[in-house]
Design a protein around this ligand. Structure first.
Ligand code: 1PW
Length: 215
């Protein structure tokens, strides 16, 4: 098998960013979290133009967060936990409907958080599926079990059409650029617990602060 070109994009590094974002105190560092998302977007775009509509909104959300993380209040946006307490204590979150603070960090991260659940379910499905399984079916099932609930009909339809363009399981594992299919499956087995962890910590934090439905 062909060795990956030096410096070639590998999904391994992307997933490692999600590992790096959980601290010993179980805080989520926003820097590596957003870095992980940037890499995912790059990966999605590599799957073809049809996926750029899916990544476009994620890019917007990442940019909103990066402006907070690099802004005047960057200290408050170091971790998810500090962001939540800062924004809530200052009344910077529109809870019921978007009005004076339409792009709070809390509501923006919630969208990425819901999408991360989709990614987790999809990669889990991919990892455990038979070799001849349909990647589009795995993707559609994981989408329907997670993010679809938050999307209007037209987005759901367009998403499912895009999934039909996904390559076969082996070809997909190949574009992950981790090595052969066995290596890719092994890497997913190592990486997925960390993604689950980030998802779980975020979910618990959002439940504690009644943010799971933030407008
Ligand atoms: C192959 C597995 C891929 C997982 C990567 C996930 C990328 C997720 C982006 C889905 C975007 C679909 C179109 C955008 C919809 C927005 O309305 C929605 N955004 C998200 C991220 O779900 C909600 O954001 P909004 O409109 O409340 O600002």
């Amino acid at each position: 098998k062909m060795a990956a070109a030096p410096g070639a994009f590998s999904l391994r590094e992307v997933l490692a960013a999600f590992q790096a974002c959980v601290t010993e105190q179980r805080e989520v560092l926003l820097g590596p979290y957003l870095q992980g998302w940037r890499g995912l977007v790059r990966f999605l775009n590599g799957l073809g133009a049809i996926f750029s509509f899916i990544s476009k909104d994620a890019v917007t959300k990442i940019q909103i967060m990066e402006s907070y993380c690099g802004g005047e209040r960057r200290e408050e946006y170091r971790t998810l936990q500090s962001m939540v307490s800062y924004e809530l204590s200052r009344g910077l979150v529109d809870l019921q409907r978007r009005s004076s603070h339409p792009d709070s960090g809390c509501r923006t991260i919630l969208r990425l958080h819901r999408a991360l659940r989709w990614l987790q379910l999809f990669l889990e499905g991919l990892r455990t599926a038979r070799q001849d399984a349909s990647t589009s079916a795995i993707c559609t099932d994981s989408y329907n079990a997670s993010l679809a609930a938050y999307h209007p009909w037209v987005v759901r339809k367009a998403a499912v059409v895009a999934f039909c363009a996904l390559p076969s399981r082996d070809a997909f594992l190949e574009v992950m650029n981790v090595g052969g299919p066995e290596e890719a499956v092994e890497m997913l087995g190592d990486a997925l617990p960390h993604i689950r962890d980030v998802y779980g910590i975020t979910q618990e934090l959002y439940e504690q602060h009644c943010l799971v439905g933030v407008a």
